[in-house]
Design a protein around this ligand. Structure first.
Ligand SMILES: [Zn+2]
Length: 251
């Protein structure tokens, strides 16, 4: 059940009022008033909980976009859709986190130090800055990762306080966008799911490196098989519009 696209299933089998819970509507559980048919128990588990959502935007930095030191093909093409989500989360008062690769200049992941990658995202250099087209929301939290010389971190959770920050503000569900599908998005999604967050990968808001042509598809399969779900920015935006009046505790 975890690997099913819940938003798609909900939109085709449940009334609109249930769909609106898809991003964590607060209020009395519909489950107390509406029987859930056998076979939809997975939905019951999800919609029956309060699930405050957060948006996690992974590593949309200059070096990972065309023209950068370690570019993802069409990495910048996701930015308009990501910006729409950032705007919608901001408007709804929902938390947004931006991760960034933030390496020392002699980082272990660089080829000169025996790693697999060219130098990239060296902290406080232009290549490490967010892409200039990315709308970094006021009040958004920036999570730096890979900050130690001797340790790489593909996941936004690895060696950071992201999980603690999410727990502190009551986030139960995360939506993950960014770069790259087959590395930092994948590992952030896997860690999010492993740590008990309802974790969605936004399939139209990610792009992969694809050293092998099939790497992104393989990564998506791994995410879905290990507890994550997939949705799109369009579906997420629709569900945000359906419940504009929710108020959550402040961040
Ligand atoms: Zn890196």
């Amino acid at each position: 059940m975890d690997s099913v696209d819940l938003s798609l299933m909900a939109s085709s089998t449940l009334p609109l009022s249930v769909l609106s819970r898809g991003i964590g509507f607060k209020g009395p559980s519909l489950l107390t008033t509406m029987p859930v048919p056998r076979g939809q128990r997975g939905i019951q588990r999800h919609v029956g909980q309060e699930a405050k959502p957060a948006l996690i935007v992974v590593d949309i930095q200059r070096d990972f976009c065309p023209g950068g030191a370690l570019p993802v093909t069409d990495g910048d093409k996701i930015i308009p859709a990501v910006n729409k989500l950032v705007g919608a989360f901001e408007k709804a008062g929902l938390p947004i986190f931006f991760t960034r690769d933030w390496h020392p200049s002699n980082h272990v992941s660089f080829k000169a130090n025996g790693g697999p990658w060219p130098p990239h995202c060296v902290r406080n250099t232009p290549g490490a800055s967010f892409h200039p087209s990315l709308a970094v929301a006021d009040g958004a939290v920036v999570i730096d990762k890979g900050t130690l010389q001797s340790e790489d971190a593909y996941s936004g959770f690895q060696g950071t306080d992201l999980a603690r920050k999410l727990h502190n503000i009551g986030v139960k569900r995360i939506y993950v966008a960014g770069l790259a599908t087959d590395y930092c998005v994948k590992n952030t999604v896997l860690d999010g799911a492993a740590q008990g967050f309802e974790t969605y990968v936004l399939t139209d808001c990610v792009r992969g490196v694809n050293l092998k042509r099939t790497d992104s598809a393989t990564a998506l399969r791994a995410m879905l098989s290990r507890g994550a779900m997939q949705t799109t920015s369009g579906r997420l935006l629709k569900s945000l519009v359906l419940r504009p009046t929710i108020s959550y505790p402040s961040r």
